[in-house]
Design a binder for this molecule. Sequence first.
Ligand code: URA
Length: 501
Amino acid sequence: MNISWPRSSLTSLVEPVVYIHENSIEILSPGLQSGGFALSHHLGMTQNLPSTSSVAGSAPVRAVDVIRKKRDGQELSVGEIQALVQGYTSGEIPDYQAAAWLMAGLLRGFNRAETAALTDAMLRSGEVLDLSEFSPKKVDKHSTGGVGDKTSLVLAPVVAAGGLLVPMISGRGLGHTGGTLDKLESIPGFNVNLPVQEFRRVLRGCGCCMIGQTAEIAPADRKLYALRDVTATVESPYLICASIMSKKLAEGIDALVLDVKTGSGAFMKKEEDAVFLAELMVETGERMGKKVVALITDMDQPLGVKVGNALEVEEVLEVLQGEGPADLRELCIELAGWMFELGGAVTSLEEGRQRAVQMIDSGRGLAKFREMVKLQGGDLATIEDPKKLPQARHTLEVLSPENGYVSAIACEAVGTACVILGGGREKKEDSVDPAVGIVLHKKVGDAVSAREPMATIHYNAEPRADRAKMLIQGSYRISGAPPEAARPLLHRVIRGSGGKN
Ligand code: URA
């Protein structure tokens, strides 16, 4: 799908004044409320922020009016956004109204004040953690979503082994992309639904912990995320920014590395859209006093060779053992390098990369992964022997129709094939099948002979496998010559104030 983002709304409206204080944000906009309206939000302590579903002195907000206003391309006030988010989180606003509002927002866009207000309202839906009892710097990484993107599972233990604290709140599969939580849950017993006290206990025990949004932390994102997954309302830079940054700002971190994907398997297909999203998120994080960097990285073909929940855990273990596909290892080292650098564990990015390599090659990252799995209730036998992870009952090979070279892989189709196999959700209530997925034997640039397997589908239901096979077959483009130039894994780096390196 190609959406042209409604960016005009960023500049066509009366621009609000956004005051940036340390750990707080204040928005003043004549367009928002008569006489101006201020929203001030302070971070830094564990707090249950006050309920503000209606703004003092203003009339109660009706969901249908907010939907209509956004449908007609008008700017929403802070109060309207707060009321929508609060009402949906508490259950007063039903799924169908929230879905209509999300679709209106996706099609019409949001301006900077609305995006800030949405992020803030989602953040305020739960607690902001105070992790000051922990002396190491707290860092995290978040990806905008990809196919075969399993870097979080490598990074949390590697960076914790290297001396920093990694309190990671992740998401489930979204659209055609896989989700960290679904991958972790393919390890039998692994609990991603820990309450805050348990989250702290695991952090104390091993320096990293990976959970999902909870009733306590980012509950608004927990609900909106699940709804967006199945209502085709993911691909909005404003909604992605609010979703990611509300969770990340709730974690009590000092620094954040964002992996913003671009290419045929990303939500932002065009690099300029990825840069726009990256700048939006970097700006939001810095406004809240965090060190943030965004790496624009390639998602024009799956990352690594395994796509699917348990299959991806298997590949994570390969990387943690110093093996695994080169692209996955390289991206993990790059992202970990930035995490070490932003967290102040090293004095240069190059030293950060070296620290990551040391943590992998010495086995300390793998040992840390084991500790985390144990503390979160996972079955360690599956880590010792990945064949004990859930396995699909059947496999099916996808053969090349001709001799040649793989010149492209339609990456979104591979992700969709995995969802169709049962590795993702088509409805909110669906459970995922941890065992299914795809193993790619050929990637872009590889030579292939007629009838040679390009990929293997791991499946449990034949009709699903047939549909997935058609998608995978159609996703490979075979040419007579190899592609002239390989796309780089790292496209560019976006640092503070919209500055680019
Ligand atoms: N990751 C998130 O957490 N949220 C999004 O909207 C997209 C990717």
